[in-house]
Design a protein around this ligand. Structure first.
Ligand code: MGD
Ligand code: MGD
Ligand code: SF4
Ligand code: MO
Length: 903
């Protein structure tokens, strides 16, 4: 039996349509949905590999409960689990009041899930303590849109990327984070080479491969840049005075402010040539249509709200909004961060773009829900919420679909808070996350392909998310868990009253929710599951009686503010919170990789995705490496005011001197330590309360860890991982990951000041299957050096090098190729550690560059050395011909390598 179910991708905010191929029980494959207007059949490297992720061995399968912090969790059933949770919540609320409990949820929930949680917190518990990871993600954009335009509504449409004459990409690495949209922009640029693309990013990212101009500004200086651009627009008369006059307010105050932002001053502050600033302003000012795209480089900042509004100022001053190819277009991160905003799932919001602080709004929602009132006391935002947990004020915490023990800043504090909180519920699809370790009650959630509901993507388009296969074991959809819990809590808090949670299907939640949007800016009350099924995904507003959605907003110049006008916001530039100083002279920038998703609970189960970047590595400019006498591959201690991490460094010309870059994906699971966010700071923007995850003061110091370990083992990777991970705590540095494609393997690298106890090594060997059977071994206990390789049917299946690991890349290459030779056997039995011949040179090469066609970086480099161009490489190797996610990287290699080859 071969079935196809149309649904959406569970990763980024592009919101691509996915066709799941399945047999009613198991997902067999995925394809892009040609009928979905977000992607027209395309998928990126993450979307195209969805069926390879989500290893059952990593899934949470049964409810688990522990009745004391020192006890292990034990399997229980849903009834006991939810009854227990309801009684703890009810007791806590009775004893300490409704604000002693909190819900921390996620931009990856479906709209129906959100709505259930929100009603639970506000109407039943009576608290505004419900916030989500969107606080770390989109909340500055929310403030930006609301302050400048009157409502939280991205006015644009994906088609605008095709029609714009000038696209400004600020603080967004779309090539990695929104790849399918980036493909659309690449195609548009290929068709209309005159279209100008400007990228503003302190780093030279893959996104810059498409740019006509890259402004590598100093971290956090965006507000100064935007004011500097406006200064030039004013000076040159590149303004739309008619639009300013007719549709805006506040221009005079802004004019006064930006007078001081002279080109010279701004260029110096931003660290860019004044000519670049001028070109940027000119292209914006003279373009028939101007579109801006932005993401975390603006939002994750103590000046996030100011950055958003200063960018929108440019659109208002030039009248570039409400028209084809024009407008301020924030790219949403998570697949349904938009749905969270719409349903009011941040502590300061209420459903239908309402405000929790607005008495009228509270009364409207209370009336609709049939309760007396909604809570008045302000709720806690993510950082404040975990502070309150730390301070013991929150005594019962419900976490759903997010991994705060990895993703929030200042992890030492978060881990302390979670250990001390009396009752932590974690509603998760994967039991493997850092946060699950703190769960007193773990509730297994259905995940992608297993649940139904709706999501809204970056362009306000709502899609019907459909279930293809049943959830594994006892896992249940989030809305169902929440509703079931709420019904039990109702029995305790308001016995005898009619239920507020009479929902038996997600559609019932949607139908109740949508009426709360009627007459509001986002009015989607005309939508239904039936319409989505017959007419396909639709953009809001879609009011009752409408026949189709709304492609663009504000075409008539009327804004959803009190005056009907948009507002210029005049706020001066403020520097990031942590200034560089002698102790912490570097700025730590953090962000995304192409093939990993956040804490890697899903992508970290697929060797194919890990293959692109196997381990956490800190990138520094070659100059910074030289200054510290560091070489690529050296281990360093990376230290901030809050914590430290040990990891290797690499040289990267794309990172400017004075800065370093670390991917955000590694937490405590795949790397020893508390991950990237042990370093970051909890300081947040005064309005959006979004933390400054992109600029922390740090320093790096070389560490000498002469004893090294390298291990690789094929098969049962999840189970082996769970067994081996705790042993890695004994080393000073340890990194774990997956490699390979057809034959996934677990990869471990570790280092220590001295050799560990022989028993530990023996234990590791046992778990690697290197203690018996067809194993070739050489041990030199005097030098604490040892090597073991398991060879089955002529192929290497496990490797362990201890003491020295100079041969690791050579051995890994042999493993990948599936070949063994006489050299290997001779080498294995001799007291040498370096590999034979020249094989030891640490050549790049093994890394997978093109996931779809399995092409390594080495093969691409060899092709370039033979004189092949992009088209030839595509033709001969096949790389870049499927999803296209690797094309920017190939272009970068092409730009770098000829020089090397000719030298
Ligand atoms: N592959 C992948 N894709 C994803 C995700 C993922 O985990 N993996 N996550 C999704 C989510 S939730 C989100 S929020 C988005 C994030 O998408 P993006 O925001 O595009 O990704 P980031 O890498 O976090 O940051 C973008 C860029 O901001 C730059 N930056 C840092 N500081 C500054 C600054 O002061 N000014 C400017 N102008 N730029 C700065 C960084 O150098 C970085 O290149 O990605 C979504 N898509
Ligand atoms: N240093 C640094 N830190 C950052 C960022 C950064 O750029 N730099 N970015 C921030 C941003 S923008 C974001 S959005 C956050 C993301 O941070 P998190 O929200 O912590 O990231 P995820 O790993 O995506 O967490 C989602 C969890 O939900 C689980 N899950 C998947 N599907 C389901 C489901 O259907 N139901 C349930 N209940 N669970 C499910 C997954 O296994 C996963 O553990 O990280 C933030 N942290
Ligand atoms: S761009 Fe990639 S990750 Fe984002 S929704 Fe589309 S397929 Fe999924
Ligand atoms: Mo995000």
């Amino acid at each position: 039996m071969h079935l196809t179910t149309a649904t959406t991708c569970c990763y980024c905010g592009v919101g691509c349509g996915v066709l799941i191929e399945h047999d009613g029980e198991k997902v067999l494959g995925v394809k892009g949905d040609p009928a979905h207007p977000a992607n027209f059949g395309k998928l990126c490297s993450k979307g195209a590999t969805l069926h390879l992720t989500g290893d059952l061995a990593a899934r949470a399968l049964h409810p688990e409960l522990r009745l004391g912090k020192a006890l292990p969790r034990a399997r229980t059933n849903w009834d006991s689990a939810l009854d227990h949770a309801a009684s703890v919540f009810a007791e806590t609320i009775r004893e300490h009041g409704p604000d002693s409990v909190a819900f921390y949820i996620s931009g990856q929930l479906l709209t129906e899930d959100y709505y259930a949680f929100n009603k639970l917190a506000r109407a039943l518990v009576g608290t505004n303590n419900i916030d989500s990871n969107s606080r770390l993600c989109m909340s500055s954009a929310v403030v930006g849109y609301k302050r400048s335009l009157g409502a939280d509504a991205p006015p644009c449409n994906y088609e605008d990327l095709e029609h714009s004459d000038c696209v400004l990409i600020v603080g967004s690495n779309m090539a990695f984070a929104h790849p399918v949209l980036f493909r659309r922009l690449e195609e548009a640029k290929a068709k209309r080479p005159d279209m100008k693309i400007i990228v503003v990013d302190p780093r030279r990212t893959d996104t810059c491969e498409l740019a006509d101009l890259h402004l590598a500004i100093q971290p956090g200086t965006d507000v100064a840049l935007f004011h500097g651009i406006l200064h030039i627009l004013m000076w040159e008369g590149w303004l739309d005075r008619r639009f300013i006059e007719a549709h805006t307010e506040g221009f005079d105050a802004l004019k006064t402010l930006v007078r001081d932002y002279t080109p010279q001053m701004v260029a110096e502050l931003c660290g860019i040539p004044v000519e670049q600033l001028y070109s940027c302003a000119q292209w914006i000012g003279q373009a028939p249509s101007f579109l801006s795209l932005w993401c975390m480089g603006l939002n994750q900042s103590t000046a996030g709200s100011a950055k958003n509004s200063a960018l929108i100022n440019l659109h208002l001053a030039t009248g570039q909004i409400g028209r084809v190819g024009a407008g301020p277009f924030s790219l949403t991160g998570q697949p349904n961060a938009m749905g969270g905003r719409e349903t009011g799932s941040l502590c300061n919001l209420l459903p239908g773009h309402r405000e929790a602080a607005n008495a009228e709004h509270r009364a409207e929602v209370a009336h609709y829900w049939g309760v007396d009132s909604l809570p008045e006391s302000p709720g806690l935002t993510a950082i404040e919420l975990f502070d309150a947990v730390h301070a013991g004020k929150i005594k019962a915490l419900w976490i759903a679909c997010t991994n705060p023990a990895q993703s929030l800043p200042d992890q030492n504090k978060i881990h302390e808070a979670l250990s001390a909180c009396p009752f932590v519920v974690v509603q998760e699809a994967f039991f493997t996350t850092e946060t699950c370790r703190f769960a007193d009650l773990l509730l297994p959630a259905a995940s992608w392909g297993e649940k139904e509901g709706t999501v809204t993507n970056s362009e306000r388009r709502i899609s019907h998310v459909r279930r293809a296969v049943p959830a594994p074991a006892e896992a249940r959809p989030d809305w169902a868990i929440t509703v079931d819990f709420a019904r039990r809590l109702e029995q305790l808090l308001r016995p005898g009253l009619p239920s507020l949670f009479d929902f038996d299907q997600p559609q019932a939640l949607f139908d109740e929710y949508k009426q709360l949007t009627a007459q509001r800016d986002l009015d989607l009350s005309g939508l239904s599951y039936a319409i989505l099924d017959t007419q396909g995904p639709q953009q809001w507003p879609f009011p009752a009686g409408a026949r189709e959605g709304t492609a663009r907003l504000y075409g008539n110049g009327v804004f959803p503010s009190a005056s009907g006008r948009a507002s210029f916001i005049a706020e001066p530039y403020r520097a990031p919170k942590e200034k560089r100083d002698v102790r912490f002279p570097l700025t730590l920038n953090t962000g995304r990789l192409r093939d990993h998703w956040h804490g890697m609970s899903r992508t970290g189960t697929a060797a194919q995705l890990f293959g692109h970047v196997e381990e956490a590595v800190l990138s520094l400019h070659p100059e910074e490496l030289r200054r510290r006498r560091l070489q690529a591959g050296d281990l360093v201690k990376l230290k901030s005011r809050r914590g430290s991490l040990v990891l290797p460094v690499q040289s990267d010309e794309g990172v400017r001197s004075g800065q370093v870059f670390l991917p955000m994906h590694w937490g405590n699971r795949f790397l020893k330590g508390l991950g990237c966010n042990v370093l970051t700071l909890p300081a947040f923007d005064p309005l959006s309360k979004q933390p400054e995850l992109k600029h922390a003061g740090v320093e790096v110091q070389k560490v000498e860890l002469p004893w090294q370990l390298f291990a690789l083992v094929e098969g049962e990777v999840q189970t082996r991982f769970e067994a081996l991970r705790p042993l890695c705590e004994s080393f000073d540095y340890a990194s774990l990951g997956l490699v390979g494609r057809e034959r996934p393997a677990l990869l471990i690298r570790a280092a220590a000041t001295e050799a560990p106890a022989p028993e530990l090594l023996a234990q590791i060997d046992r778990l690697l299957g290197l203690h018996e059977g067809p194993v070739l071994a050489y041990d030199d206990p005097r030098r604490a050096v040892g090597k073991r390789v398991r060879i089955e049917q002529g192929r290497i299946t496990a490797i362990r090098l201890a003491g020295e690991t100079a041969a690791r890349d050579w051995l890994k290459g042999l493993w990948l190729s599936g070949e063994t030779d006489a050299d290997l056997r001779r080498w294995l039995l001799a007291p040498i550690t370096t590999p034979p011949g020249s094989a030891g040179a640490s050549t790049p090469g093994n890394k997978t560059l093109c996931n779809c066609m399995n092409v390594s970086e080495g093969a691409v480099c060899a092709g370039i050395a033979r004189g092949l161009g992009l088209q030839d490489l595509k033709q001969t190797l096949g790389c870049g011909t499927q999803c296209g996610s690797c094309v920017p990287e190939i272009k970068r290699l092409l730009a770098q390598l000829p020089a090397v080859a000719n030298a």
